[in-house]
Design a protein around this ligand. Structure first.
Ligand code: AMP
Ligand code: MN
Ligand code: MN
Ligand code: MN
Length: 284
């Protein structure tokens, strides 16, 4: 019998994508914070999981291999976390390889757009923050633009340069929702809508998203997230029940510098939802 986790955290990032800590240090910090069931979910990339598993074995905690897949849906970017994926699955890897190549093209276009404003060499600068050159994120651009003194902090860079409507924003076609869900399912994983409270969607649009997600084979939703207020936790618990989705608890930790909530420090799941780990504990 596998014990129910006491302090699960099913979404975080390492230097393999845009986190500040190596996979080993993410796992050690989680263990220090009392996390006993951890998913590493780097953006569009599973390259940190072998190292994370070794560190988890050493720390005596359970690691759920995960990934956070970038999706385009209805003109918005949506993130779908896959929990319990087999990282060797070729369907999943083909999909992620395509997304990473799209990131390269976008990074060059972002750099060109900023150069047109007179801010030069931004791609090279962003790459100095990307420990994994195959995975360049807007977060790396933001860190570089802070480092050169353009803006005082990462939030300000996003607000003034890197979000839709701002000069460094480049529209990107990420995965289709149904494809992302299918890649995760093909790899034996549980697809989970990440941080639903962050999307600029009306309630009607959110309901359409969740219906399409369930229709495609999606199974879970982050009810508790590092970016959710108490009101959003209640709202997404209601959606979890209504759409029969498993509920996740997820810090989305990137690093002390950039995260409001540390690993394992999210609120507990509210009553009346089915925890997503109930479908994962038998495997880890
Ligand atoms: P990308 O997937 O390359 O578009 O980058 C998205 C990442 O940028 C997110 O996963 C966060 O790490 C970071 N990010 C997005 N929006 C913001 C924001 N407003 N402030 C700070 N970081 C952000
Ligand atoms: Mn990120
Ligand atoms: Mn995300
Ligand atoms: Mn994330």
């Amino acid at each position: 019998m596998h014990a129910m986790p006491k302090n699960p955290d099913l979404h975080c990032h390492s230097t393999i994508s845009d986190g500040w800590l190596t996979p080993t240090d993410v796992v050690r910090r989680a263990a220090t914070n009392g996390v006993d069931f951890l998913a590493l979910t780097d953006h569009d990339e599973t390259g940190g999981l072998v190292e994370a598993q070794a560190a988890a074995t050493e720390s005596g905690i359970r690691l759920v291999p995960g990934v956070e897949v970038s999706v385009s849906w209805g003109g918005e970017t949506i993130h779908v976390v896959g929990l319990g994926v087999d990282a060797d699955n070729p369907v999943l890897q083909n999909g992620l390889t395509g997304l990473r190549s799209g990131r390269h093209t976008r990074a060059q276009q972002m750099s060109d757009a900023l150069a047109a404003l007179g801010i030069r060499g931004v791609l090279e600068g962003a790459l100095t923050f990307a420990r994994n050159p195959a995975l360049v994120s807007r977060a790396h651009f933001a860190r570089h633009l802070v480092a050169i003194g353009l803006m005082p902090n990462v939030d300000a860079v996003f607000k003034h340069y890197l979000v839709r409507g701002k000069p460094g924003f480049v529209e990107t076609k990420w995965a289709d929702l149904a494809d992302a869900v299918q890649w995760i399912r093909a790899a034996g994983g549980v697809p989970v809508v990440a941080h639903p409270g962050r999307y600029r969607l009306s309630d009607i649009e959110m309901e359409r998203l969740l219906a399409a997600f369930v229709d495609a084979g999606g199974q879970g939703i982050e009810v508790v997230s590092g970016s959710h207020s108490d009101a959003k936790v209640s709202k997404f618990a209601r959606y979890a029940r209504r759409f029969d989705l498993l509920a996740s608890r997820a810090s989305d930790f990137h690093g002390e510098q950039e995260s409001r909530i540390d690993l394992g420090r999210c609120a507990p799941l509210p009553d009346g939802v089915v925890p997503v780990w109930s479908s994962l504990i038998d495997r880890y």
